[in-house]
Design a protein around this ligand. Sequence first.
Ligand code: PLP
Length: 395
Amino acid sequence: MTNWQALEKKYFMTTFKRMPLTLDQGQGARVWDEQGKEYLDFTAGWGVNSLGHCHPAVVGAVSLQVRTLIQASNQFYTIPQIKLAELLVGNSCLDRVFFCNSGVEATEGAVKLARRYGKLHLDGAFRIITTFNSFHGRTLSMIAATGQAAHQELYVPLPDGFVNVEYNNVSAIKEATSPDTCAVMLEPIQGEGGVNIPADDYLKEVRAWCDEKGILLILDEVQTGIGRIGTLFGHVSFGVEPDIMALGKGLGGGVPLGAFLAKEKAAVFAPGEHGSTFGGNPLACAAGYATLKYLIEEDIPGKVRETGAYLMSELTKLKSKYDFITELRGKGLLIALQFDRELSDSVVRACLDRGLLLNPVKPNAVRFVPPLNITKNDVDEAVGILEPVLAELVK
Ligand SMILES: *Cc1c(COP(=O)(O)O)cnc(C)c1O
């Protein structure tokens, strides 16, 4: 049998800390390795497989599209991207869309749009306020936006024009605002930062501040969007409307697809000011359209609220039982369990051995980001695997 992991070690740049598991197949919330061993997948490709692996709605749409038209470039109109645009705009508070291929292209594009807005309407203001522990992607400018020293130090000098301030602190944003500021960019809940949930009125107060100053609010919903926290977009849960929103991860149901949307007043790009070769290609947009349509028609966000609450209540039981669990944070199906020491790798590894895939989001916190359509039985099975792993740790 081919030793894929040895070949990877030979040929790849060593950027990824991979688990010793080679995945071969997926169906719903399950994946199988090369030997046919089954795993319950509570990582969902880092929150990407919103409807699980190879959902029939996505497979059907992609299979049809791949035989119809794969790519045509934006020199022409193509139908799937227009259908998806209509669905996104029709189900959000935003008016116009730009399609790209990943989360970081969406945040980067959102920032470029805010800079154009600053040039045109705010006397050339260009600075964007972002927060510590945020994650906005890995281009040089999005590393500057991502307020994590560990990411930034490696690549100095970084592009200018970003100020990082404390998350969940409105005064910090107010103090950092200057005549140079054109926008504030936030995640409604910090995902990679460890599933950090702000106070209920944080986003509302930031929204009010942006309105007072006439600056834009960009929400990076790459992780919180597309039903993840129990509403189609995260900002709906917090009762605010962004001027610009970035989407990625779950949007394509597993196929690479990103987008940013804007209110009419902020959609200021003129022809030629932004672009993409693959962005909005028919294949990815057919997947996105099928995913979003299913999500809306089947009220998956409603199911996320239910299943998320159930997972939360089961994990709460574990928290009260094991005092090395110091915190449980989450909303919908974006949940993290925090330990009093760096236990993530050993917990994740032990769960893997027993057939459950989890994500070690921080050295002391594991993240649950399962497909949005998992069942209560899946939750019971996951907790049934996790519990003895935790019990083993107190021995
Ligand atoms: C994952 C993520 C990104 C980056 O997405 P990529 O597709 O990896 O470029 C940006 N912002 C947030 C909030 C994310 O979770």
